[in-house]
Structure formats: structure tokens, C-alpha cells
Design a protein around this ligand. Structure first.
Ligand SMILES: [Zn+2]
Ligand SMILES: [Zn+2]
Length: 140
């Protein structure tokens, strides 16, 4: 009895998830061109956004910050992709620098923060933190 009232409350889609999935699949198959077109439009819009001056400025700022810190990973010299370079705080008790949070500050202020950090690529950064953790263990 109870189940019946429950079933009544559910709409068709909820009662037939398989059929919904099936019809979605069919819709996608029938509208492949439309979807492609939509994706293209989305990509184009994103590309325009990527070219926007604020993004450009952000990248320049990042390049500037990386240059201040030596321009490459201080362990292995990696410098191919800015996004794979992190600012690692020299003092392990301090949090690593999130340069995204820095912009909006003056460059002098940012430079002050960067001076307390070394530049590490993602790989070396992970290794470094692993090393720090191991060292911390030994001291306990
Ligand atoms: Zn490295
Ligand atoms: Zn770090």
C-alpha cells in the first residue's frame, strides 16, 4: 500500500531511469551535429576569454613572480610551464605561497613574500615535502 503511494509521487522520469538514459542516448545520437556546434561555440567563447587582457595580465604577473624567484625550479632547473612551478616556503613551519592570493598587493609586498620562498617544480615540490615529512618523523 505504502509503496503504491510512493510510486504515484514519482514522476515518469524517476520511475524509468533506464528509459531516460536510453532517450538521452538517442537524443545525443540524433543531435550529434548540434552538440558539436555547441561545443565549438563554447570553445570559441572560452578562447576569447583566455585572450582577454585580465588573463594576459595575470600570466605576466605570474611570469614576473617566477622571475623574481629565479625563473626555474631551484632543484632541477625546470622552467617549461609556469603552471607547474610552485613557491615553496623556506621555513617549513610557514605555509607555502599561493601567488594567486597575492595579486592585488603591491609588487614590493609580493617580492617580500617571494624572497622567503624558493621556486620548485611540481615534482621536486612533492619530493621536498616528502623529505620534510620524513625528517619530521625522525625528530619525534
Ligand atoms: Zn624540479
Ligand atoms: Zn612546499
Amino acid at each position: 500500500m505504502k509503496t503504491q503511494t510512493m510510486t504515484k509521487k514519482l514522476n515518469w522520469a524517476q520511475r524509468n531511469p533506464e528509459k531516460v538514459k536510453e532517450s538521452q542516448k538517442r537524443w545525443r545520437a540524433n543531435n550529434a551535429d548540434k552538440i558539436k556546434e555547441n561545443n565549438k561555440a563554447y570553445y570559441k567563447k572560452n578562447k576569447e576569454l583566455l585572450n582577454a587582457s585580465s588573463v594576459q595580465r595575470h600570466r605576466e604577473n605570474r611570469q614576473w613572480a617566477v622571475d623574481q624567484a629565479g625563473g626555474c625550479c631551484s632543484h632541477c632547473g625546470y622552467n617549461k610551464y609556469l603552471g607547474a612551478l610552485d613557491f615553496h616556503h623556506i621555513n617549513p613551519k610557514e605555509k607555502d605561497l599561493n601567488y594567486n592570493a597575492l595579486f592585488g598587493r603591491t609588487r614590493e609586498n609580493i617580492k617580500e613574500e617571494i624572497d622567503k620562498c624558493i621556486l620548485l617544480c611540481s615534482n621536486c615540490h612533492r619530493e621536498e615535502h616528502h623529505r620534510l615529512r620524513e625528517r619530521a618523523k625522525k625528530f619525534i
